[in-house]
Design a protein around this ligand. Structure first.
Ligand code: F6R
Length: 266
C-alpha cells in the first residue's frame, strides 16, 4: 500500500515532474537471506494468484538467491509453465552463450531450473548486428506483451542509482534503447567476466517508461555499497539524475532491503 508523499521535492522545470509522487513501501529485513526469501515469496504469490503472469526479470548478483528459491518452489510443485518473462537488459555486443551474457545468466540461474516455456522468455539479442534496430525490435516485443504484472529490479552500484541500465540523466520517457555503460557500472560488473576479459562497453536496456509501465514494481537491494543510493533514491529529490528516484512516480513500488543497505535512510 502506498501513501501520497507530501514532502517530495520535484524539479518544476520538467512537465513530467508535475505527476503525483508516492512513497514506496519499504521492507527492511535483518539479512540478505531474508531479503531473498521475502522477494521469492512475492513472486511465488504472484504466480499462484495469476499463473500466466507477465514478469520482468533482472540479472546481476542481487536476484540469484531469490532465483534459487524459485527453483526450489518449482521442485516443490509450483508451475511456471504459463508465465511470460521479459528481461530488463542485455550487454551489447555479446555472444548470447557467453557465461556473463544475461541470456545465459537467466538460463543458468532460473530458466533451466523451472518449467517456463523458452518461447515465452524474451531478452534483447546481445548478438544482434545493429544495436539500434535491436532496441526498436525489443520495444515492439514489449509493446505486444502489454503491461507487466510484476517488474523486478536491482539497484545500481555506488552513486549511479541506475535501474536496468538507465544511468543518471536518462529521460523518464525513455523506451528501450542502447546505452554506453558508465565506468562505475563497468567496474562493478567486471566480477562476472573472466580474468583479462573486458565488460562490453554498451547494453540494450528497457527505458524508465517501460519500467514505470508495470502494474507492480519490486526493487531488491542487497550487496555492498547500495546504502547511499537507496537513501538518495527514496529520500532525495526526484530527478533524472537519480533514475531510481523516478520510481516514486509509481503508485505500487515495494523496496526490499537488508539492514545494512537501509542504514543510511534518513
Ligand atoms: C540487471 C540490471 C541492473 C542491476 C544492478 C545491480 O539486469 O538491470 O540494474 O540490477 O546493476 O546489480 P547487482 O545485483 O549485480 O548489484
Amino acid at each position: 500500500m502506498s501513501t501520497v508523499d507530501q514532502k517530495v521535492s520535484v524539479n518544476p522545470l520538467h512537465p513530467e515532474f508535475l505527476r503525483q509522487a508516492y512513497r514506496p513501501k519499504e521492507i527492511i529485513l535483518p539479512t540478505p537471506e531474508e531479503v531473498d526469501r521475502f522477494a521469492a515469496e512475492t513472486v511465488i504469490e504472484q504466480v499462484i494468484q495469476k499463473p500466466n503472469s507477465y514478469i520482468t526479470f533482472a540479472t546481476g548478483g542481487t536476484p540469484i538467491g531469490m532465483y534459487q528459491l524459485l527453483a526450489e518452489a518449482h521442485r516443490n510443485g509450483l508451475s511456471f509453465a504459463d508465465v511470460v518473462a521479459a528481461n530488463l537488459d542485455e550487454y551489447w555486443p555479446i555472444d548470447t552463450s557467453h557465461p556473463a551474457s544475461y541470456a545465459q545468466f537467466m538460463r543458468d540461474t532460473l530458466f533451466s531450473h523451472i518449467d517456463i516455456d523458452p518461447r515465452n522468455c524474451h531478452i534483447p539479442h546481445g548478438d544482434a548486428r545493429n544495436q539500434y534496430e535491436e532496441a526498436a525490435k525489443y520495444q515492439n516485443v514489449l509493446t505486444q506483451l502489454g503491461k507487466p504484472d510484476l517488474t523486478i529490479l536491482g539497484l545500481g552500484p555506488g552513486e549511479t542509482c541506475h535501474i536496468a541500465f538507465n544511468g543518471p540523466g536518462t529521460s523518464i520517457d525513455s523506451s528501450v534503447h542502447y546505452v554506453e555503460l558508465d565506468e562505475e557500472t563497468i567496474e562493478a560488473n567486471q566480477r562476472f567476466f573472466g580474468p583479462g576479459e573486458s565488460v562490453p562497453t554498451g547494453a540494450l536496456t528497457q527505458g524508465v517508461a517501460n519500467i514505470l509501465n508495470a502494474q507492480k514494481i519490486m526493487m531488491i537491494v542487497k550487496g555492498e555499497g547500495k546504502a547511499w543510493g537507496v537513501n538518495r533514491s527514496l529520500r532525495g529529490p526526484i530527478s533524472e539524475e537519480a533514475p531510481a528516484s523516478l520510481l516514486r512516480f509509481h503508485p505500487d513500488v515495494t523496496v526490499i532491503m537488508d539492514e545494512e543497505e537501509a542504514s543510511m535512510l534518513s
